[in-house]
Design a protein around this ligand. Structure first.
Ligand code: F0G
Length: 457
């Protein structure tokens, strides 16, 4: 088989910024060892997130020029609505300015004290919106998903046995919603199988609990189903996506991922009375029902991006480029989540930095080391992001200590990816010189965005 190439050519370029190791040491100190505090102009390869960082296509830019900025009933909204409906089959489409705005709306309506939300793994903003409402989020990832280095085809699946047991112990009346995140971002970008979605649907139906999909990376998930699940090889990605959504009562979406948008999101659902409540809240917090906090041009770009992302040449290149980086790291002995996920490479920081205990945040230590060594910015998905404290102030660590290198869509080329692998392998060779981290300052919710840290010597 020949090399799988980037399925595009480049019309417009932007600079990336070179710094020396000495400069980066100083920048890290000034940023309190938190990548969110580093200025983008001090970053060489930015793998902090795949969210809102995609390169838009010439069609999307053309769509931007056609954006209809009417306050109500803009033609861009109707194109957006049609695009979402054609993929999800859901009749009620509510635009929001990004994914978490959709979450804020749905959990304000359904959440509150005494309410439980069950998931394979909730993303951090999703969990935060549940907790902010007074509710509780519970992750029920399948057993395979708990072991980073053991490959399995669908490590994003929900543990359906645990789902049923949890519903029985909490009581269905206290569970307004079950949510499946596809692909499972916090669990390593791992896909969820169609069979798992069907099984979860069956349990939800038996207990009369609505099922929502967090659909941020629906196309990557659909492509994994096509590649890995029996019976789907001959189906097109839009057909697979349509079937996935057919089992759900609604979805939340960040259009900053699998819609190639630089901003945007939506809620889509089937229940009119729930949609009316959502729309009321939308008008208070986001904007009128036909723009929801977005400009008409954004709606246009998303409508086009949602269709482009299902192109199989694109998805083949996308999934392959993540796998390419993952395989290079595996060959060098670097402990990574296996198999490769859909949008990011996840390094197992607990294994990588065995000498650093979890209460010294090995993931954050690795994030800092990769920036210092090569100007690469990435993010910890571990105890800094998800850790809690017990009553005595002791850290309750996260299940996994991962470092995520998220690959923006259609942005970097193979030589950028080669460079990233060289830096990681070099840092792996020098790993015993890396120190743990200590938190100096933090907030109660989503602390990783703003926390100040320093190395422990
Ligand atoms: N759900 C998932 C699975 C996500 O990955 C994200 C965002 C959201 C919801 C929220 O969407 O950012 O548009 O408000 N993930 C980004 C990331 C931030 O870096 O993984 P948003």
């Amino acid at each position: 088989m020949k090399t799988i190439i980037e399925p595009f050519r480049i019309k417009s370029v932007e600079p990336i910024y070179f710094t020396t190791r000495e400069q980066r040491k100083e920048i890290l100190g000034k940023a309190f060892y938190n990548p969110f505090r580093i200025h983008a102009s001090d970053v060489l390869i930015d793998l902090l997130t795949d969210s809102g960082t995609s390169a838009m296509s010439s069609s999307q830019w053309a769509g931007i020029m056609q954006g209809d900025e009417s306050y109500a009933g803009s033609t861009s909204f109707f194109r957006f609505e049609e695009s979402v409906k054609s993929i999800t089959g859901m009749p009620l489409v509510i635009p929001t300015h990004q994914g978490r705005a959709a979450e804020k709306i749905i959990f304000t309506i359904l959440g509150g004290k005494g309410k439980y939300f069950l998931s394979n793994t909730l993303f951090d903003t999703t969990r935060a919106n549940i907790e902010f409402s007074g509710g509780v989020g519970i992750d029920l990832i399948c057993e395979e998903g708990k072991h980073p280095s053991i490959p399995a085809p669908f490590k994003g699946n929900m543990d359906v046995g645990a789902l049923e047991r949890t519903i029985q112990s909490i009581g269905a009346d206290n569970i307004p919603l079950v949510m499946i995140t596809i692909t499972n971002n916090s669990g390593g970008g791992q896909p969820v199988s169609m069979q798992n979605i069907r099984d979860v649907r069956k349990i939800c139906s038996a207990y009369n609990i609505p099922l929502f999909i967090d659909a941020c990376r629906f196309a990557e998930n659909a492509y994994f189903i096509k590649l890995r699940e029996a019976g789907f090889a001959e189906m097109s990605v839009p057909e697979i996506a349509r079937e996935m959504f057919s089992y759900a009562d609604g979805c939340t979406m960040s259009a900053k991922k699998d819609a190639f948008g630089n901003i945007g999101g939506f809620l889509a659902m089937r229940d009119l009375s729930l949609a009316l409540q959502c729309r009321n809240l939308l008008i208070i917090t986001e904007g009128f029902t036909t723009y929801g906090g977005l400009a008409g041009r954004d709606l246009e770009a998303i409508a086009i991006g949602l269709q482009e992302v299902m192109d199989e040449h694109y998805l083949q290149y996308r999934i392959r480029s993540i796998e390419y980086l993952t395989n290079k790291l595996i060959t060098a002995g670097v402990p990574v989540m296996q198999p490769a996920g859909g949008h990011a490479v996840y390094i197992d920081a607990k294994e990588f930095l065995k000498h650093i205990p979890v209460d010294q945040y090995p993931g954050q230590a690795l994030v800092s080391a990769l920036y210092e060594a090569g100007g690469i910015r990435c993010v910890e998905i571990g105890s800094l992001m998800f850790g809690k404290y017990d009553d005595t102030g002791k850290l309750i660590p996260a299940q996994l200590e991962l470092v995520r290198l998220a690959i923006p869509r259609r942005v970097y080329t193979q030589s950028h990816i080669d460079y990233v692998s060289e830096v990681i392998i070099e840092v792996f060779g020098n790993r015993y010189g890396i120190n743990g981290m200590k938190i100096m300052e933090e907030t109660p919710l989503l602390r990783h965005f703003t926390a100040k840290l320093q190395p422990v010597y």
